[in-house]
Design a protein around this ligand. Structure first.
Ligand code: FDA
Length: 583
């Protein structure tokens, strides 16, 4: 007799997108199940840079401490080096991930969390463990085969890879978080723009203690520009820290139009020694793998009861460190909406806003990452490597930057600019944090985002214009310091007002009761439970003290009122009606 397994939300994949979706849903008490193809989580370090928004999400979920315990801390991630080898000459350094003293302030003002580094091999187990502890039914070695959806749910055919047995899982909703080669996305025919496999990359993981060469310039990334065996003759390899300072990953490009290279232990050891510039060093090669670079994003992210998240909808190179971060943020956008709809608190149309809000983000990050990747050419150009035809010519071209000649001077000047340009890859704070939503779940007040005063890719500007992320400020009381985001936890809507807006509390209670939704009011001000410790919130909130901002579970502002309206109850009710799709 065959039986059907039932769940509310079935998630395919246990990568950053899938494992975090499970964590969010379980935290909200939504019945969910994960099926994932392999016996365990990611088997290579893969994504690692973990940006402030992702860290805020972990903070919101109460797992920030666990992530920090396994992460390389902020102060060790950012002295990024360009060199001819690790032991060789430096071409230049750039402070990355907000570690420049002048940029550190921007990062600290924007968030309670800083950028850290945690490889996927460490992050995924934390997400899976906490999701499972909180209720997720997690099935490893289980493959998604196909699905059929009807008016009330989705039947998913799953295969147990140990026994070969196939069975049906009946879910109300399906999330395809099955990565860059998503079968779920293919099965619902998501429309894409762009191309896959535009370049090939080879990863070599190895162990070698090289602290003596890097401990004084601690970074996650060391870029090695070295003439040699690489694609097109230009050797640019990345030596990436996995654990400080004895576990590493080398990323080495290869021509995707050729046969994939076969890397045995001897050739892997040679590549490692070349990039380190240490011809005799003992290294333990722990693995090699090949992967493709993509430039592709989905224009639409869902069909009926099926949603895709993560690399399934955005595929791009590691530049800017956006892959895992954006994947987690996709799921963070989707999970609370599913919870509200499953509980009957919101209309199903709320789910349509997932695509409206996240598709533009997918496009933006795919474009940014690919542009950053291409901009590396500027280095080769500036150094004169593009015209060099032999290794000797390349060496001479790199050497020329030291010469007391007009050519040398021109090269040095050009290097200043080339280095500056890399801020768009390594300090793109605006890309990391500046996601702004426009959808039916955001009630516009007719205002639009202020014109950016600085480059919007590099700099993030906080605002309470509906659709923006709630600005960060430290608030609290004598004994506790809280971030603004802490006032608006994931399991409810939160109204934030000042003392002159106290009336919102009773108004909100009434409206919450009417809609049967979790909605709380926080009054910030002197003598309240939460005070404006540094008077920063007063400067950031843009609304009057009697006004209000309505923060969604995902910390985006759904609605605001600049002052206390004549009929606040009616104002809040009509905003809530629109957000919940009950208009
Ligand atoms: P992800 O690919 O992580 O997860 C997909 C999940 O779906 C997996 O658990 C898989 O087992 C499962 N799955 C797939 N098909 C299934 C099926 N039919 N049935 C059941 N389960 C299925 N990024 C970066 O920033 N720096 C880097 O160095 C690298 N390096 C790198 C190397 C390699 C080899 C890869 C594959 C990827 C990278 N990336 C990377 C990209 C980064 O890993 C990526 O952006 C995130 O992992 C995306 O997370 P997702 O959860 O969307 O997909």
């Amino acid at each position: 007799a065959s039986s059907v397994v039932e769940t509310d939300v079935l998630i395919v994949g246990s990568g950053p997108a899938g494992a975090s979706a499970a964590l969010f849903l379980s935290t909200l008490g939504v019945d969910n199940m994960v099926i994932t193809k392999y016996r365990w989580t990611a088997n290579t370090p893969r994504a690692h840079i973990t940006n402030q928004r992702a860290m805020e999400i972990f903070r919101d979920m109460g797992v920030e401490d666990q992530v920090l315990a396994d992460a390389t801390p902020h102060h060790l991630v950012g002295d990024t080096v360009f060199c001819t080898s690790i032991a060789g000459e430096e071409i230049g350094r750039i402070h990355t991930w907000g570690t420049h003293p002048a940029r550190e302030a921007d990062y600290q003002l924007a968030s309670p969390c800083l950028v850290v580094d945690i490889p996927q091999t460490y992050l995924e187990p934390i997400l899976v463990k906490n999701a499972t502890v909180r209720g997720t039914q997690t099935r490893f070695s289980t493959e998604y085969v196909a699905h059929v959806q009807d008016a009330d749910g989705v039947n998913v055919l799953a295969r147990d890879r140990l026994t070969g047995a196939e069975y049906t899982i009946r879910a109300k909703y399906l999330i395809g978080a099955d990565g860059a080669r998503s079968k779920v996305a293919a099965d619902i025919g998501l429309p894409y723009e762009g191309a896959m496999d535009i370049a090939g990359s080879m990863n070599i993981t190895f162990k070698a203690d090289i602290e003596a060469y890097v401990g004084h310039r601690p970074s996650v990334l060391y870029w090695v520009i070295q003439p040699g065996a690489n694609v097109g003759g230009i050797g640019a390899g990345l030596v990436r820290m996995v654990r400080p300072w004895d576990e590493w990953l080398i990323v080495w490009g290869y021509d995707i139009n050729d046969e994939p290279p076969v890397v045995d232990e001897a050739s892997a050891t040679q590549i490692v020694r070349d990039l380190l510039g240490m011809p005799d060093i003992d290294v333990e090669i722990t693995g090699t793998s090949l992967w493709g670079n993509n430039e592709m994003y989905a224009k639409h992210l869902q069909k009926g009861r099926v949603f895709c998240a993560g690399d399934a909808i955005h595929r791009h190179p590691p530049s800017n460190g956006l892959g895992s971060n954006t994947s987690i943020q996709d799921s963070y956008n989707l999970a609370w909406k599913l919870a509200l709809v499953l509980r009957g608190q919101a209309d199903r149309s709320l789910l349509d806003t997932y695509s409206t809000e996240r598709a533009p983000v997918a496009e933006r990050i795919v474009r940014r990452a690919n542009r950053s990747s291409r901009e590396f050419v500027q280095f080769f150009e500036v150094l004169g490597l593009l015209d060099a035809t032999t290794e000797d010519e390349m060496v001479a071209a790199i050497e020329e930057r030291k010469a007391n000649t007009p050519g040398g001077a021109a090269k040095r000047a050009a290097l200043v600019d080339a280095m500056e340009l890399k801020n768009y890859e390594f300090n793109a704070h605006g890309v990391d944090l500046g996601q702004h939503y426009q959808s039916a779940a955001i009630v516009s007040d007719g205002s639009s985002l202020p014109e950016p005063s600085r480059d919007p890719d590099l700099y993030y500007e906080m605002s309470t214009v509906p659709g923006s992320h709630v600005p960060h400020a430290w608030v609290g009381d004598t004994m506790h310091r809280k971030a603004m985001m802490d006032l608006a936890p994931y399991d409810r809507f939160t109204l934030v007002t000042g003392i002159a807006g106290e009336e919102w509390t009773s108004v909100a209670d009434k409206v919450a009761h009417e809609f049967g939704i979790p909605l709380a009011t926080v009054v910030i001000g002197a003598g309240q439970e939460v005070t404006d410790l540094y008077y920063d919130w007063a400067k950031l909130r843009e609304v009057d003290e009697s006004g209000v901002v309505l923060v969604r579970p995902d910390k985006h502002i759904a609605w605001r009122s600049m002052t206390m309206p004549e009929d606040p109850e009616d104002a809040l009710r009509s905003a809530m009606r629109q957000i919940l799709g009950k208009a």
